[in-house]
Design a protein around this ligand. Structure first.
Ligand code: ARG
Length: 392
């Protein structure tokens, strides 16, 4: 990613102090939906509920149990749950209506669903707060480096060169425990001859040059390298067209991945939660691609870029005989603030209560040229395709 130089001192000492203060407030007693007492913890520190969340098909009881397990004022990464040994209701899940006049209504609160929708595919896609968590360590940016736990859905795609060697090229985003969303041009077309065949997905990466990544004494887990069971390119993508319409693809992983604090899916702008993207709104792009000084960045980078005027962008690209359509989103266009080679397939994100995947890095006219926005596949226009393509 191209970026203008900026420096920011890390504040490790401040971070450690904050963690200690927070720890004192941690683990408050709470009651779970069965009225058993437990501790209000980050769900990531509650293996029994994390296991439940990762089941590919939850019963509605289990789903409700998870919802009602949410508690306030836990410690660590949201969502907080009242953690006990229970993973479902004991006894009858719903109080059967009785003829008695005295009713103690166990009112079920209705917080944000963990997993929602009745549609098969939609129920496989996470919703807030089970996706797009913000960084907990986010005071440790160094210039445009991300924090260790920023954008933990980011994937790196690995290609097999003719020599057999694996090389990194594109990016992608984990959208549930089984699928990575990327650009179609990262899967088929020129990439297969220029780079190689797409072979694997790497998840949980931060600094490519290190085996275990640690920042200010906090370390993440080793990366996960996983095979691709199926690559599904959008049926209307044409690898021979410079327009790059429908530049989007799904990669089905060979098995579900185990989520953790350092591996979470991003939220998708599903029909029920989506809102328009306005010109000048700042979105964030992230990747390990080309920077001003090197072909690849070791540390995951982030950059804020404003949404461009779409008509201006369409006119600009038409001078290069490129015909943009409304499902392509133009962002940026400022000198040296742009995504670049190697960032393709990676996420363009919007921060609401959680991070939403709004764009997939597609192409540009070189990188970081004043007046030339980058072009991104507009994810909200492909939700129906994603929903109808993913399966358990
Ligand atoms: N096509 C590039 C890739 O394959 C992405 C370039 C994005 N370019 C831009 N100027 N925003 O990695």
């Amino acid at each position: 990613m191209m970026k203008s130089a900026s420096a920011c001192k890390s504040v490790g000492i401040l971070l450690v102090t904050t963690m200690l203060i927070c720890a004192a407030h941690a683990q408050q007693n709470c009651r779970n939906p069965n009225q058993n007492t437990g501790y209000c913890l980050s769900i990531y520190d509650c293996p029994i509920l994390i296991d439940l969340l990762q089941k590919s098909a939850l019963t509605s009881d289990e789903r409700n149990f998870l919802r009602e397990s949410q508690c306030d004022n836990g410690f660590g990464r949201k969502p907080f749950v009242c953690c006990t040994q229970d993973k479902n209701y004991v006894g009858l899940p719903t109080a059967t209506p009785t003829a008695t006049t005295t009713t103690t209504t166990t009112r079920r609160p209705q917080p944000t669903p963990f997993i929602g929708g009745d549609d098969q595919g939609e129920s496989l896609l996470p919703r807030e707060p089970a996706c797009g968590p913000s960084s907990f360590l986010d005071r440790i940016y160094n210039g445009n480096d991300t924090a260790l736990d920023d954008f933990v859905w980011m994937a790196l795609l690995e290609y097999r060169e003719r020599t057999g060697k694996l090389v990194l090229n594109c990016g992608g985003s984990l959208i549930n425990n089984r699928y990575v969303l990327t650009a179609a041009h990262c899967v088929i077309g020129k990439v297969t001859t220029d780079v190689g065949q797409l072979a694997k997905v790497r998840l949980g990466e931060y600094d490519i040059s290190k085996d275990i990544d640690c920042v200010n004494g906090v370390c993440n887990k080793p990366v996960i390298e996983i095979d691709i069971e199926e690559s599904i390119v959008h049926p209307q993508y044409d690898a021979n067209s410079n327009d790059r319409h429908h530049d989007i693809a799904l990669l089905r992983l060979s098995k579900p991945v185990e989520l953790s604090a350092f591996l979470q899916p991003v939220c998708l702008p599903l029909a029920s939660v989506r809102s328009v993207i306005n010109p000048n709104e700042e979105l964030v792009v992230s990747g390990w691609g080309r920077t001003l000084t090197s072909r690849q960045s070791n540390i995951k980078q982030r950059l804020e870029i404003p949404v461009a005027d779409q008509d201006y962008c369409k006119k600009k690209f038409s001078t290069k005989n490129i015909n943009l359509i409304s499902s392509q989103l133009c962002v940026g266009g400022e000198f040296v603030r742009d995504s670049c080679d190697g960032d393709s397939g990676g996420p363009l994100m919007r921060n609401k209560n959680a991070w939403y995947l709004e764009g997939v890095v597609s192409f540009g006219n070189a990188c970081g040229l004043e007046g030339w926005p980058g072009v991104y596949t507009r994810v909200s226009d492909y939700i129906d395709w994603i929903v109808s393509t993913v399966r358990a």
